[in-house]
Design a protein around this ligand. Structure first.
Ligand code: FES
Length: 157
């Protein structure tokens, strides 16, 4: 039995982390892109925390490293530049606003579609940033654009 079976709260990651850059650099640029074991990721530095996720948006493969970060319902999200989908930095959840059709005057509420974008682990050691890929065994929508023919390495658009 592996650790994930013993402790379902424990997230599964690849055992090999990859150094993607310097802490001093990302603190200035606020974001960076990297290829980690053949998977393209974006790393954000936001409100004093690091977040790494698949670079291609789960919806249609939009370039998340070119999006703006905004708070919705108190949660920091990257807003995809293509169709404005909102993805939480901390968990990769897709957020949307729902309106009550029976009460059009009611304020729309923010809801979660669940985890749509795969989040990877960021660690800092001796001023270097390391990313460890998530190996959690669920099908995440962003996997589609992170693997196979849709994968675009080091794309800038
Ligand atoms: Fe990201 Fe459509 S590709 S919102």
């Amino acid at each position: 039995l592996d650790d994930a079976v013993h402790n379902p709260e424990e997230k599964e990651y690849s055992s090999v982390s990859v150094c993607v850059g310097r802490e001093a650099d990302i603190k200035k640029s606020k974001r960076m892109t990297a290829v980690v074991h053949d998977r393209e990721v974006v790393i954000f530095y936001h409100k004093g925390e690091y977040h790494a996720m698949d670079i291609r948006c789960y919806h249609s493969g939009g370039p998340l490293h070119l999006g703006e970060i905004e708070d919705f319902d108190g949660r920091s999200c990257i807003v995809c530049p293509w169709h404005k989908f909102k993805i939480t930095l901390a968990t990769g959840e897709g957020l949307y606003q729902s309106k009550n059709p029976k009460d059009p005057s009611a304020k729309p509420e923010w809801c979660s579609k669940g985890i749509k974008q795969r989040i990877h682990r960021v660690t800092v050691e001796n001023g270097n940033i390391y990313v460890t890929l998530s190996k959690e065994p669920f099908k995440c929508d962003s996997d589609f654009y992170a693997t196979g023919i849709y994968k675009v390495i080091r794309s800038s658009s």
